[in-house]
Design a protein around this ligand. Structure first.
Ligand code: SF4
Length: 456
């Protein structure tokens, strides 16, 4: 992808960040809904981590009951409008659709988007708070897991306060997923659904800095920890302090803020890592006018953790991939600006005791890639200090839970979302975080002496 980019204005760049996928038209939605067989014991429901009653919401679309349809979706998944856009549906509900065996699966994600878009456009408020039970819960983090827990607790009658370190609520959905896949108005509507239940969201409030952990433990009956993950760790290679080296999370966050940076026009960009965030950083770079974008990964396509549809999306955007390649050194000019990246070729070892093949450097294979910017996207660090203060047992920042439970080693604290993801525990999907948030809320409710909540 070596494109000529002569004149790119700020307006062009802003347009580049508009949503890529167009929603279904009324006619398309109706035709698609009418293809559904409304299966008994539908496999698509079982394949959804939040167990949305898919045939029911599709049936409501076909009968013109769009509010009812949106309510069915959001009842099971408090961030169901976002998930309609970001879920790997081909691996989940659509992958399980019986029509895979005859024609093609129902476009469940698109229908889910159609119904929830209607609710957003018509400013619908779908749920009401429950009668107050006199108990108070603090939630740390307002991402998918925190919002989901808050929504369910408010409906059960709790006084809920969310503490959010960022300026706006929504966590990953607001700041971490590129706007051409998930526009912010979708997330804000989901946040609003929770606020309308009288949940207080204290933004710009970091627990441990702006409010003490001790105060939270003292003031609230229980705490839900849904703080997500922190920054991208350093590459720990020479030259990393040069101008033009970015953290992928901050980079994507900047593109979702008011002013779009313009400094990638005509530039060559290397993105280090091959997860979904790396793809987001790469496709954002393309939209910011970069002339060439390469993803550098020390393993192969087989080990890449990004979803298949993300990989396809990046390829369509012209992103190139350098497999079995690792960065060794960032080279800068006399002014401190990045001008190159020294890389080394890798090969995979035989399987080790852990059953994995590990990347090993091929001596003498070093070469220099000419680049103007390097974006780190090699995972995210953890909130270890916060976990220590909460006296929650963890392993390298991953919260350890009681078996089959969302409760931590501190009985007053429950955890959900990315704080529990890792070491074979939990999943990093938005939809899984939403489900964990619900389960944490129900378990907390029972732990405080109430009847168990019926789940689907
Ligand atoms: Fe409809 Fe497919 Fe689900 Fe059956 S499996 S209810 S056809 S979406």
């Amino acid at each position: 992808m070596n494109r000529e980019r002569k004149e790119i204005s700020l307006t062009d760049l802003k347009q580049n960040f508009e949503e890529v996928e167009k929603g279904l038209s009324n006619r398309e939605a109706l035709e698609e809904a009418n293809r559904c067989l409304y299966c008994y014991d539908a496999p698509c429901i079982k394949a959804c981590p939040t167990e949305i009653d898919i045939p029911s919401f599709i049936k409501k679309i076909s009968s013109g009951n769009l509010k009812g349809s949106a309510k069915t979706i959001m009842q099971s998944n408090p961030v169901g409008a976002s998930c309609a856009r970001v879920c790997p549906t081909e691996e989940l509900c659509e992958g399980a659709c019986v029509l895979n065996y005859s024609t093609k699966p129902i476009m469940i994600g698109n229908l889910q988007r159609y119904a929830t878009d209607w609710a957003i456009h018509n400013e619908q408020i779908l749920f009401q708070e429950g009668e107050k039970n006199g108990k108070r819960v603090a939630i740390i983090g307002s991402g998918p897991a925190g919002l989901s827990a808050a929504r369910e607790l408010a409906r059960l009658g709790y006084e809920v306060t969310i503490f959010e370190a960022e300026e706006k609520a929504g966590g990953l959905n607001t700041y971490g997923i590129v706007s051409f896949r998930l526009p912010q108005n979708v997330t804000y509507w989901e946040v609003d659904q929770v606020k309308k239940l009288n949940v207080e969201i204290k933004t710009n409030t970091r627990v441990g800095t702006d409010v003490s952990v001790e105060a939270l433990l003292r003031t609230y009956d229980s705490i839900i920890l849904a703080a997500g993950m922190a920054q991208v760790p350093k590459l720990n290679i020479e030259g990393e302090e040069a101008t033009g080296v970015y953290d992928a999370i901050n980079f994507v966050k900047e593109t979702k803020s008011t002013e779009i940076p313009t400094n990638l026009i005509g530039k060559k960009v290397a993105v280090i890592g091959a997860g979904n965030t790396a793809i987001d950083a790469a496709t954002c770079s393309v939209r910011l006018g970069a002339a060439n974008v390469k993803i550098i990964y020390r393993r192969t396509l087989k080990e890449m953790t990004a979803y298949d549809f993300e990989f396809e999306f990046a390829k369509q955007d012209g992103v190139e991939f350098s497999w079995l390649t690792a960065p060794k050194r960032i080279i800068s000019d006399e002014t401190g600006k990045v001008i190159g990246l020294e890389c080394i070729k890798m090969e995979l070892s035989e399987k080790g005791e852990d059953g994995r093949r590990h990347p090993v450097e091929i001596k003498g294979s070093e070469y220099v890639m000419e680049v103007d910017a390097v974006i780190r996207a090699i995972g995210q660090s953890r909130h270890n200090q916060l976990l220590e203060k909460l006296e929650v047992e963890h392993q390298a920042g991953v919260v350890i839970l009681a078996n089959g439970s969302q409760q931590t080693s501190n009985p007053k604290v429950f955890a959900c979302g990315d704080v529990i993801f890792g070491k074979g525990q939990g999943e990093a999907m938005v939809v899984s975080a939403a489900q964990q948030g619900k389960l944490a809320a129900y378990e907390l409710h029972q732990n405080l002496g109430s009847e168990a909540v019926e789940t689907a």
